[in-house]
Design a protein around this ligand. Structure first.
Ligand code: FES
Length: 117
């Protein structure tokens, strides 16, 4: 049964520097995107890499023209092993949204960040 667990103070999580916590037997990374917080299991669904240790970044937009448009800054985590990109909010892989990193609800209470896992 899922339990709400205190992770850290909100000001301990900066954009680009997720807080990785142990919750029971799970390693979970909590990311900041602007003023919102999102939690992902620190396991890549591809081959099991520590997903949350990859860079928090944006990605290139799909475009028709021969140009690169970088967008979604800080909304994506890129797995360090093979470069798969995941939407931090939904856990969906950008190349195939049916592949998902596990997500967990995050709540902010006062200065505290809590994850339900
Ligand atoms: S283990 Fe993450 S992309 Fe391969």
């Amino acid at each position: 049964m899922a339990e709400k667990t205190y992770i850290c103070r909100a000001d301990e999580i900066q954009v680009g520097m997720p807080f990785i916590a142990k919750v029971r037997s799970l390693s979970i990374g909590v990311f900041r995107i602007g003023d919102s917080f999102h939690a992902l299991l620190n396991v890549c669904p591809h081959r099991g890499a520590p997903l949350c240790e990859g860079p928090q970044c944006g990605t290139t937009a799909p475009v028709e023209l021969p140009e690169f448009i970088y967008h979604r800054e800080n909304e994506i985590v890129r797995c360090a092993w093979h470069g798969w990109e995941f939407d931090i909010k939904s856990g969906a892989a950008l190349v195939n949204p049916s592949v998902r990193a596990r997500t967990f609800p995050v709540t902010v209470e006062g200065e505290g960040i809590y994850v339900t896992a």
